[in-house]
Design a protein around this ligand. Structure first.
Ligand code: SF4
Ligand code: SF4
Length: 175
């Protein structure tokens, strides 16, 4: 798998192709896509050292739900108001961390790991079902998560000629 430092450059090279793969996947049987992506998630994350990577914690600001704010602020010995003031910013999506990299990221991983937000626990969402509804985010996450990048590369190989033909037609139509 690619090291996180090389991802952005590598993604630029395959970005157009990955958007075409997104369109192709939208036309496949949803259960098949879920099964393929879920299996690749399992295979690629097994033994993978997320602490050494931590690229999501450096690049993405997670949403923190109100109930999570209560739990984390209590764990830090702060009031929820002080916690919001210090670490969060309010957006249309709700509260999000106010800094990148995340202020809770340390050299040995997340300092609030046991009560980290669900958004962090579930990232990159490749173990979930209804993958078709997450494809835009997944394409974008190819630039952040080495596992998501690799899942897309493996899907291209899996669909092989079928995808290559789709890609040619797509390019003829849309340039
Ligand atoms: S809370 Fe923890 S897991 Fe979530 S982004 Fe911050 S460091 Fe990463
Ligand atoms: S989820 Fe992806 S980006 Fe985040 S630490 Fe693990 S491999 Fe890296």
């Amino acid at each position: 798998m690619l090291p996180p430092k090389k991802l952005k450059k590598a993604f630029k090279k395959v970005e157009d192709e990955n958007w075409i793969l997104r369109a192709f996947l939208k036309e496949q049987e949803p259960d098949d896509v879920d099964r393929l992506v879920n299996n690749l998630h399992k295979e690629l994350f097994e033994g993978f050292d997320c602490v050494a990577c931590s690229n999501c914690c450096k690049s993405i600001v997670p949403v923190v739900e109100e109930n999570e704010i209560q739990v984390i602020s209590k764990r830090l010995g702060m009031t929820d108001v002080a916690f919001k003031d210090k670490y969060l910013v309010k957006t249309e999506e709700g509260f999000i961390m106010n800094k990148k990299p995340c202020p809770f990221l340390t050299g040995i991983g997340c300092s609030i790991y046991e009560c980290r937000p669900e958004n962090c626990r579930e990232y990159p969402f490749t173990h979930k079902d209804e993958i078709w509804s997450r494809l835009i985010n997944l394409v974008e996450n190819c630039a952040v998560c080495p596992v998501v990048f690799e899942i897309f590369e493996r899907l291209k190989k899996y669909y092989g000629d079928e995808f290559e033909q789709y890609k040619e037609k797509y390019q003829e139509l849309w340039g």
